[in-house]
Design a protein. Structure first.
Length: 288
């Protein structure tokens, strides 16, 4: 692993060095994960697999017109604007003193930095996203993203350019600017970040998802509620801490409590009906 990484770093020296490796490598990581995870969810939808885990089964998905509009937007943002953004970010990192090391970090350093980067992202995303829900910012900027009331994976990056910078790129990259992690550590963190945001917009809530293991993780259902009801839940699927701390998960908690009560009532009613049926059958048999 170490030899392969050293060879990759050294081979980039003839093609622009650290800047080229950072920009091109980050582009490849971003596109591979964003497109790959979205294709997986697209296949699940078309093959009608795991239908029971779809969050908005009754409401249906977004219109084909909106999907086409989002795909055109994503083509421009991914294959034109992203190159400019990544190079600009590299210039900021270079000025900060970040270099691409040919030596790999220890496992402890990598895990430590990834946890810190995810925590910084969680904090920044909550507050920038909440800011986008102020009256002025929502109408002028964030409303575009909320055209997906029934969310699918590509909606994760369907956003106004201002939102793309303020609430997507900035929370993702600000921790990197502060900490200057190893490039491979950054790429692994980016994989997790992209996986989390695409899944949280996918419209599927899998009980085995790594983003819903504990009660402090919202999972896809947490963010899907934000899209379907446009109330609270400003944090991502990664953590519900800031929504809990600020009380912005109240509507979601009420919704889930009502749904649980309705399910319990339905189960009790079904059990009562089954008991009545058994009793009626027994009475009829006794009469005969």
């Amino acid at each position: 692993m170490e030899a392969a990484w050293r060879k990759l770093v050294e081979s980039s020296h003839g093609y622009g060095g650290d800047a080229t490796l950072f920009v091109v490598g980050t582009f490849v990581v971003h596109e591979s994960i964003f497109i790959g995870v979205n294709l997986m969810f697209y296949a699940l939808e078309k093959l009608r697999l795991f239908e029971r885990y779809k969050i908005q089964r009754k409401q249906g998905g977004p219109s084909q017109e909106l999907i086409n509009k989002a795909l055109k937007h994503l083509f421009v943002s991914h294959f034109i604007m992203q190159w400019i953004s990544l190079y600009g970010f590299w210039l900021a990192l270079d000025a900060r003193g970040m270099t691409v090391s040919s030596t790999l970090p220890s496992l402890f350093e990598m895990v430590r930095d990834i946890i810190a980067l995810l925590a910084i992202n969680d904090f920044c995303f909550y507050w920038t996203h909440r800011f986008l829900h102020t009256k002025l910012m929502y109408k002028a900027i964030h409303k575009q993203h909320h055209q997906f009331a029934a969310s699918i994976g590509i909606a994760a990056e369907y956003a106004h350019p201002v939102e793309q910078f303020l609430s997507n790129a900035l929370p993702t990259f600000i921790g990197v600017f502060i900490m200057k992690p190893h490039l491979l550590t950054f790429w692994i963190y980016l994989v997790l970040r992209l996986w989390e945001t695409v899944e949280s917009h996918s419209g599927y809530a899998f009980p085995w998802s790594v983003w819903s293991i504990s009660k402090w993780q919202g999972g896809a259902e947490f963010h899907d509620f934000h899209h379907s009801h446009n109330q609270g839940n400003f944090g991502g699927a990664m953590s519900t801490f800031w929504d809990w701390a600020c009380g912005t998960d109240a509507h979601f908690n009420q919704f889930m409590a009502k749904r649980a009560a309705a399910a319990a009532n339905a189960a009790a009613s079904a059990a009562a009906n089954a008991a009545h049926a058994v009793a009626a059958t027994a009475t009829a048999a006794a009469s005969a």
